[in-house]
Design a binder for this molecule. Structure first.
Ligand SMILES: [Zn+2]
Length: 338
């Protein structure tokens, strides 16, 4: 993991080794794209890369930008990413202001006729954006995590299919068929979730998370986000904030608090100890499970994993979710930077 690549402000401090490996990586993946006549599609976070790969299959070249395990909210692309952005035909970003530095680099480098598609902005009108503790309205950046809600992931698939079909009409039927198959999987996942969440004792569908990635999911599926630990600067909360959270967890009888793979936090452990709540530290919002090439390494694998973890963490059973087959609906040949 080349952490220095994506820490804010660290792009100029690349080690020689990291710079070398990045150059090697981008030329390996970009050169075939230039030759085969297929669209080159750049994407940002891994869940969007996975959805784009499911729609584009083997008819497009998909290359992600944000390395998995990275804090995507503070990610700044290395200068070398400009090479990919200058050759891409389409640049899919989540939008809702998640990837402003990447968009800036894209706008400065993209070729004639290329376009940036802000997927989230297309599927959710601005008056429905959610602001909260980690994404306060006065800062102007809404909670961007639409893809953790399968009903929005389905809409992402449609925006991607619309875009690819328009740019590559010869393969439009292929993209449309993949869109339909992918949406069927999102429906299957949503139905399994609705069934399994009924098993959580006392209807206690309450989430106290470290990283606040489930705001839209909660609204759609009737969960309550009782709090998020991570302040807007993505650092640990202050001792006063921790004390307040401990009081809140005790007062609301939250049985389990959920941490994030990408943001290991001693603070959550402390809150768990002080309140008796169980600390479940493996939720992930944009770091796919498994390794590229494995079925679980996908949007579907990611969300199925999170929902099972939440439901079991709250004392329910997840038999329906476990019965959902995790598979890509088209071959996933995308590049996922690690
Ligand atoms: Zn996030």
């Amino acid at each position: 993991m080349s952490r220095s690549l994506w820490l804010p402000g660290a792009t100029l401090a690349l080690t020689a080794a990291a710079a070398l490996s990045l150059t090697a990586c981008s030329s390996d993946s970009s050169n075939p794209a230039a030759d085969d006549g297929q669209l080159l599609v750049a994407t940002t976070v891994a869940p969007i890369t996975s959805i784009a790969a499911n729609i584009g299959g083997d008819k497009v070249n998909v290359e992600g930008i944000v390395p998995e395990g990275t804090n995507s909210h503070t990610f700044e692309p290395a200068p070398q990413v400009a090479e990919l952005l200058s050759t891409a035909d389409v640049i899919f970003v989540n939008g809702l202001q998640l990837e402003e530095p990447t968009k800036d680099l894209a706008e400065a480098n993209m070729k004639d006729g290329a376009e940036i598609v802000d997927i989230g902005d297309e599927v959710l009108p601005e008056d429905q954006w959610i602001y909260d503790f980690s994404f306060p309205e006065e800062d102007g950046k809404p909670n961007p995590h639409l893809w953790t809600d399968p009903t929005y992931a389905a809409k992402y698939a449609t925006v991607i299919a619309d875009t690819l079909a328009e740019r590559d009409p010869d393969n439009a039927d292929y993209y449309r068929a993949n869109e339909e198959a992918f949406i069927a999987k999102t429906d299957e996942l949503a139905s399994a979730l609705r069934a399994d969440q009924k098993t959580v004792p006392d209807g206690n569908l309450r989430l106290l998370t470290y990283h606040d990635a489930y705001a839209y999911f909660a609204k759609t599926f009737g969960w309550e986000v009782v709090g998020a630990v991570q302040p807007k600067n993505f650092e640990d909360p202050t001792p006063q904030e921790v004390a307040r959270l401990i009081d809140q967890v005790k007062a609301e009888n939250v049985p389990t608090i959920f941490g994030s793979e990408v943001f290991p936090s001693a603070v959550l452990e402390e809150i768990g100890r002080a309140t008796g709540a169980r600390y479940e530290d493996t939720l992930r919002d944009d770091d796919l499970p498994g390794a590229p090439g494995e079925a679980d390494h996908s949007w579907l694998g990611l969300m199925r994993y999170d929902y099972i973890t939440m439901i079991e963490g709250l004392g329910g059973t997840a038999d329906e979710l476990k019965a959902v087959t995790v598979e890509n609906v088209a071959p996933d040949e995308a590049v996922y930077p690690q």
